[in-house]
Write a protein that binds this ligand. Structure first.
Ligand code: NAI
Length: 459
């Protein structure tokens, strides 16, 4: 069946860019993205494209091209569901913060609400596509809800996890390594494959059973994060042995069995997915009593927490064992460059640790607004909102952020940080002027020559 109307529930980092590209590549399909968050929908509809709720290179251009033609953003959820033959569920699936599985299991309440909503309003047969990352066997629950609370119509469930990376979302969507579709009904799979076929070659569309598809997404994220934790583990060893982690990464990455990607040592990975998806995998494994499997993957998280902690401990130790009353400038707050997403960003945890040691923090990030920085810190509940406001300054210019600082910590690998006038920065700082490069992006020789005391990861 050729689909004419698509609805996507969830206008977030995945729903927004994914549907924008689907709409651009399928001008004959009407794509409606719905969300309960009215503010977010209004931002997607803002005529000023710099106000879109998500920053991704290339996204604004596609929105400009498609919005109001065959791409629509709306809060009229029921209407969009009933009108569409295919409904993507792209809502958030965060780690549970309460009850059984707290701190590990994926919270599926938003998924269940979507399933119930679809069942309630649908009056014609639907293909329901799981776009969110879900624990393996979630489709069973979704199917049961749809079949038992619906109006006696047919639902086909597909799993179509998204592999885009924030910061390169559009590029990844336009040129995916593969598109994965899991399901039981060949016909339903064909319908979704046809949507992707508009720009993705057939041999890159992988068809599997639904459980393989669900589990593949968790597994992909676990493998990616594991590489980061692996190289970070080696970075600590490098610091004790005069080996250089960037050199080691290059040497092993040239081995075609290992490959060069995801071998950059850093202050630790962040983002909304890696941690939550590994925790979810660990929880699932424990549920099946597979304790060795669970312990194995849990170590990836333990290592990542260690790396973030080690970074701030090292900073404090180097600043003569105290940062109390000292100004520390954090360059970067986003979890990686080219995104405004800060979820699970290492910067949050490093700032929190330094604030516990009574440091004065100043923050500059080219894309993250002030309120977001405070919201992230307040969410941790470590101290009062007032204290966060008093002890953290968020600046609009990097030069204001570093003015009078004892130390700079580079938290995000934004390209612009490399090109700053580091001589001027040096002149504006307290001496000795320390730089802790959590991303290994600065030229060590140049920075040392200016007079900085420079510390990087694994060197
Ligand atoms: P997000 O939090 O940016 O967006 C989710 C949206 O769903 C929010 O705007 C929320 O208001 C909306 N929503 C929640 N419940 C709703 C309901 N009942 N009805 C209507 N709207 C509802 O989340 P994001 O980052 O887009 O992630 C979505 C899913 O995609 C998650 O499962 C995530 O693990 C997965 N994923 C995320 C990637 C990323 O890079 N962010 C990459 C690949 C997968």
């Amino acid at each position: 069946m050729k689909v004419k109307n698509i609805c996507c529930i969830g206008a977030g980092y995945v729903g927004g860019p994914t549907m924008a590209v689907i709409a651009q590549k399928n001008p004959e399909i009407k794509v409606t993205i719905v969300d309960i968050n009215e503010e977010r929908i209004n931002a997607w509809n803002d005529s000023d494209l710099s106000k879109l709720p998500i920053y991704e290179p290339g996204l604004a251009e596609i929105i400009k091209d498609t919005r109001g033609k065959n791409l629509f953003f709306s809060t009229e959820i029921d209407e969009a569901i009933d009108r569409s033959e295919m409904i993507f569920i792209s809502v958030n699936t965060p780690t549970k913060t309460y009850g059984k599985g707290k701190g590990q299991a994926a919270d599926l309440k938003y998924i269940e609400l979507c399933a119930r909503n679809i069942a309630k309003v649908a009056t014609t047969d639907k293909i329901v596509v799981e776009k969110s990352t879900l624990p393996v066997r979630t489709a069973e629950a979704v199917k049961s809800i749809l079949d038992n609370t619906g109006n006696g119509i047919n639902f086909h469930i597909l799993s179509n996890p998204e592999f885009l990376a924030e910061g390169t979302a559009i590029e990844d969507l336009l040129n995916p390594d593969r598109v994965l579709i899991g399901g039981e009904s060949e016909e339903a799979i064909d319908s979704l494959a046809m949507v992707y076929n508009s720009w993705v070659p057939e041999d890159q569309i992988l068809r599997t059973n639904i459980w393989s598809s669900e589990l593949s997404k968790l597994t992909a994220n676990a493998f990616l994060a594991q590489r980061v934790s692996s190289i970070n583990a080696i970075s600590e060893l490098c610091e004790h042995t005069e080996a250089n982690v960037d050199e080691v990464a290059r040497a092993i990455g040239m081995d075609s069995r290992i490959g060069p990607k995801f071998l950059k040592a850093s202050v630790g990975f962040g983002g909304s997915c890696f941690q939550k998806d590994i925790l979810s995998l660990v929880y699932i494994a424990r549920n099946y009593n597979l304790n060795e499997v669970a312990d194995y993957w849990e170590q990836v998280i333990i290592m990542n927490d260690h790396q973030k902690r080690r970074f701030s401990d090292n900073l404090i130790k180097t600043l003569y064992n105290t940062v109390s009353g000292k100004k520390i400038a954090l360059l970067g707050w986003a979890f990686k460059k080219d995104t405004n997403d800060t979820r699970e960003s290492a910067a949050i945890y490093v700032a929190d640790h330094l604030l516990n040691e009574q440091a004065q923090i100043s923050v500059y990030d080219p894309k993250v607004p002030k309120q977001k920085v405070y919201a992230d810190l307040n969410y941790l509940n470590t101290r009062s909102e007032k204290e966060n406001e008093t002890n953290v300054a968020v600046e609009n210019s990097p030069y204001d952020a570093i003015d009078g600082a004892h130390a700079i910590a580079i938290m995000t690998e934004w390209d612009e940080f490399r090109n700053y006038d580091w001589e001027e920065i040096y002149n504006k700082m307290k001496k000795p002027a320390f730089v802790f490069d959590g991303r290994n992006i600065l030229d060590k020789n140049k920075i040392n020559k200016i007079g900085f005391k420079y510390y990087s990861i694994g060197q």
